[in-house]
Design a protein around this ligand. Structure first.
Ligand code: UDP
Length: 475
């Protein structure tokens, strides 16, 4: 009979989309390394895709305390989910909530870590008397704007009339100097306070301070001033990012062999790594708009012309489901195909962390999703931002204006502007951007080292989780 206390057991429940699943899996592994048992609760839909495309099973086989449990999102198999996010969200709230309650009631969990946009998880956790932490996988900056939506409305700054999007927004403390109407989350442009997105993000963000603590995938050196504002509303914040790099650092410290990470929901095409191997250092601009953005075939052609005309080498992710028109392939002019063969490479999905860490990559044309932004910052890769929706409009403004890590191309999609910006990032302004990106990458690395802010905050999180579980001896 052993007297070892049973380890704490955490239930992690991410928002069922690529970005949040990716970063919460990193958190799950970090907790396993800290000797905490983890049940990772995912929807059947996400689970099936993880089994098909990721290496999650092999990856977690060395952690006996890790298991996956599935839950229904209540939607028919053919539903496009991420593309119609509000329907996914409604279904989670109405259909998944009672199932979640059952999981929590029967699981013997020390605590829950749930995505803070899923406010119903806090109601259930309180009812079942299990402590809850929220995790948000967006930037603190965007979350702070969400927190301030009631203030912005009260100040009459949304809804706004007219089409001058360059007017500064004054009611988000800490961001008065640079936040313009065009940098607000995309749904703020709807001109209607009854817009379901405004209501959703306002209500769910107001809920965040109800949890015991808020875990954020960011770091103090990057978002310190905004975090200071946010702590006035939500005092217990654990900034433990960048999570992907935090995990790598912990694995390296334990001299654990680095299995390639893949939490992908699409099949990775690794041939792009061999292509990158044959390119000169820092010569390639990597182009990817993440897992959800959809472009028109017109926009695709503008990007294509812009990239080709810039004369730079490029690696471009065109996800099979990312173009609105099915017939775009037949529209590609011969000169574009020819130029692409000479200095470009197109794939359906990449191992992105590996791509951004590759010595041949010198720039990133991105949609400013938060995971992509952090991955780029950590590798010291400057960005051109073409935000698609929600948080990305805010992130791209910070990249250009607050952090000086690149250029914000929001609200345009024009071949000559694309060409100009690519040249600026990869040629004319290259040294300046690389130097700045290198400084920020160094501060990201510092915050993960012993005594660094993310390192310390993670230790504090682990201690807090441990203090929540009464040690029960094994039979
Ligand atoms: N990603 C990837 N391969 C690709 C494109 C994206 O592995 O070809 C990953 C990327 O590393 C990031 C995630 O998908 O971790 C996208 O998350 P992000 O928050 O940037 O954007 P979203 O997909 O949520 O819009």
């Amino acid at each position: 009979m052993s007297q070892n206390p049973r380890p704490p057991h955490v239930l992690i429940f991410p928002l069922p989309l690529q970005g949040p699943v990716n970063s919460t899996l990193k958190l799950a592994e970090l907790l396993c390394l800290a000797h905490i048992d983890v049940t990772f609760l995912v929807t059947d839909h996400i689970h099936a895709r993880l089994l098909r495309h990721s290496n999650i099973q092999t990856r977690f086989s060395s952690y006996p305390g890790f298991r996956i449990q599935t839950i229904s999102d209540g939607l028919p198999e053919a539903h496009p989910r991420g593309d119609r996010f509000l329907e996914l969200f409604d279904s989670l709230k109405s259909k998944t909530k009672p199932l979640f309650k059952e999981v929590l009631r029967c699981g013997g969990f020390s605590c829950v870590i749930a995505d803070g946009i899923l406010g119903f998880t806090c109601d259930v956790a309180n009812e079942v008397r299990v402590p809850i932490f929220y995790i948000r996988t967006i930037s603190a900056a965007c979350l702070w704007v969400f927190f301030c939506i009631p203030k912005i409305i009260e100040a009459g700054e949304i809804p706004f009339e007219g089409d001058d999007l360059d007017i500064l927004v004054k009611s988000v403390p800490g961001m008065e100097r640079y936040l313009r109407r065009r940098d607000l989350p995309s749904f703020c442009r709807s001109g209607d306070l009854a817009d379901p997105n405004i209501q959703l993000y306002k209500t769910e963000s107001e809920e965040n301070p109800r949890a015991y603590g808020l875990i954020l995938n960011t770091f103090e050196e990057l978002e310190g001033p905004i975090l200071a504002e946010m702590r006035s509303m939500c005092p217990n914040i654990y900034t433990i990012g960048p999570l992907h790099a935090h995990l790598k650092a912990k694995l390296a410290a334990k001299a654990t062999s680095p299995t390639a990470f893949s939490n992908s929901l699409w099949e990775e095409d690794r041939s792009c790594i061999a292509w990158l191997d044959s390119q000169p250092p820092k010569s390639v601009i990597y182009v990817s708009f993440g897992s959800l953005a959809v472009t028109t075939s017109n926009q695709l052609m503008e990007f294509w012309h812009g990239l080709v005309n810039s004369g730079q080498r490029f690696l471009w992710v065109i996800r099979p489901d990312s173009i609105a028109a099915k017939s775009w392939e037949s529209e590609v002019p011969v000169e574009l195909s020819k130029a692409t063969k000479e200095r470009g490479y197109i794939v359906g999905w990449t191992p992105q962390e590996e791509v951004l860490a590759h010595p041949s990559v010198g720039g990133f044309l991105t949609h400013s999703g938060w995971n992509s932004t952090l991955e780029s910052i950590y590798e010291g890769v400057p960005m051109i931002c073409w935000p698609y929706f929600i948080d990305q409009q805010v992130n791209s403004r910070l990249v250009e204006e607050a952090w000086k890590l690149g250029l914000d191309m929001k609200d345009t999609c024009d071949r000559s502007i694309i060409e100009k910006m690519v040249r600026s990032l990869m040629d004319v302004g290259k040294e300046k951007f690389l130097e700045r990106a290198d400084q920020m990458a160094k501060s990201a690395k510092r915050c993960l080292s012993n005594g660094g802010s993310s390192h310390n905050n993670f230790e504090r999180l682990v201690e807090d989780i441990k203090s929540m579980s009464a040690p029960v001896p094994y039979e």
